[in-house]
Design a protein around this ligand. Structure first.
Ligand SMILES: Cc1cc2nc3c(=O)[nH]c(=O)nc-3n(C[C@H](O)[C@H](O)[C@H](O)COP(=O)(O)OP(=O)(O)OC[C@H]3O[C@@H](n4cnc5c(N)ncnc54)[C@H](O)[C@@H]3O)c2cc1C
Length: 382
């Protein structure tokens, strides 16, 4: 019996919907099963992203989806020192993530894909002919199952609980993203303020072994605010999984770990995974050559694996730094030359950019100011 579809996609967020848009545009029959009743809801993500990356992969946001254009980024040390980078050349914007997901859903349906909401995938079984998927009380058959269910299918390693509020506060700076590092308050991560307009922001906190809501409430103690929405969500910092393709099941987006291990930003990297995967599915199905699907992982890794490894290396160092190390680090890094160079790099490749701008002399300078020998050797290796 022929299969109902070429592809069934589990998860209707950025990866699943971009995949469906690309695959259907290339003539494949695709259905997306999303567990929630409305695409984009409930919104968890803050939507901070580089326009360059989304445009490169063919899905720039419509103008009405962009909530804000960012002019600078500031890192605050535990003792109150600032490290500010001009971001005007980096094309960084804040998206209304629900609206962006709806845009991608429109693009998918315009290409001919079906998007089924309120439809949870509960079982996937594989045979020689294809896959059989139980979803929302139906059985769907397809040549392949594309798992775009996000952190639900990520390995447990690398997940941190995060708390996020959308709020109004006089202290919010309209065009400035602020990051607050403190190894006692937010071990291994940070608190953040992402403005979406005049005195309005998405503000969050995460850290290993801390209650993110307590950390966020403490952050807001001396920042009076009206909280409009509260969100609890896991963020993923574990890096890409080893195998994207396993038989007739394929992982894309956060399910494949296509998320930056430094900041947990995953919009562009997940979108890119989806677009590259759809291209190779189309080639494979049209040429009846299953091996072509393996080019998905090869192409994605050729572009991102080096950066992901550099980000993991920086994360490894960051997680071990004490507050006095962080103070010293901000002092050493905040030189006009380094700040100027960073303002002209690539937001999506920030680890490669930082390591490149520092070079070995810079890394040695940084290594000198940190206390532990272990961190010093991590910094100057590789
Ligand atoms: C608090 C927070 C803030 C963030 N901020 C940013 C940011 O500013 N910038 C950035 O680049 N990234 C950010 N991210 C990360 C970004 O949101 C994700 O990396 C990105 O959304 C991953 O897309 P995805 O489609 O792979 O997975 P997800 O967006 O997680 O989507 C998975 C989808 O699958 C559905 N699903 C799950 N299980 C099933 C099932 N069994 N059946 C059917 N459907 C299912 C879910 O409902 C969901 O719609 C943030 C994440 C969080 C949690």
């Amino acid at each position: 019996m022929p299969n109902d579809f070429d592809l069934v996609v589990g998860g209707g967020s950025v990866a699943g919907l971009a995949f469906a848009a690309e695959a259907s545009k290339r003539g494949l029959s695709v259905v997306v099963a999303e567990e929630h009743d409305r695409v984009g809801e409930p919104e968890k993500c803050d939507g901070l992203v580089s326009l360059r990356g989304l445009s490169y992969f063919g899905h720039p946001p419509r103008p009405e989806v962009v909530q804000n254009q960012i002019a600078s980024g500031v890192i605050h040390s535990p003792g109150g020192k600032r490290f500010a980078v001009n971001a005007t050349a980096l094309d960084v914007v804040v998206l209304d993530r629900s609206a962006y997901d709806r845009q991608l859903a429109d693009e998918a349906t315009e290409g001919g894909a079906e998007v089924l909401t309120g439809t949870r995938v509960t079982r996937v079984s594989e045979s020689n002919q294809g896959v059989s998927i139980e979803a929302g009380g139906k059985t769907l058959t397809a040549k392949y199952y594309v798992d775009a269910t996000g952190p639900a299918s990520s390995p447990r390693r690398g997940i941190l609980p995060a708390a996020k509020y959308e709020l109004e506060g006089e202290w919010v700076k309209e065009k400035v993203v602020e990051v607050f590092i403190d190894s006692a308050k937010y071990p291994g991560f940070f608190a953040w303020v992402i403005p979406i307009g005049s005195h309005r922001a998405k503000v969050g906190a995460a850290g290993r072994g801390v209650s993110p809501f307590k950390a966020l409430d403490a952050f807001l103690e001396d920042r009076p605010a009206t909280v409009l929405r509260r969100v609890s969500a896991p963020i993923f910092i574990g890096g890409p999984v080893g195998e994207f393709v396993k038989g007739r099941k394929v992982l894309v987006g956060e399910a494949a770990g296509q998320v930056k291990p430094t900041t947990a930003g995953g919009i562009m990297t997940s979108l890119s995974g989806a677009v590259v995967a759809a291209k190779w599915f189309s080639e494979s199905i049209k040429k009846r050559d299953p091996d072509l699907i393996l080019n998905y992982q090869r192409e994605w890794e050729a572009r991102f694996l080096k950066e992901m490894r550099s980000m993991k290396r920086l994360r490894g160092v960051f997680e071990k730094l004490s507050n006095s190390d962080l103070e010293a680090l901000v002092r050493v890094l905040a030189t006009p030359r380094l700040i100027m160079k960073l303002s002209q790099t690539d937001f999506d490749f920030h680890a490669t950019a930082l390591l490149g701008v520092l070079g070995l002399p810079g890394l040695l300078r940084v290594a000198k100011v940190v206390a532990s020998a272990e961190i010093r050797s991590l910094l100057v290796q590789g």
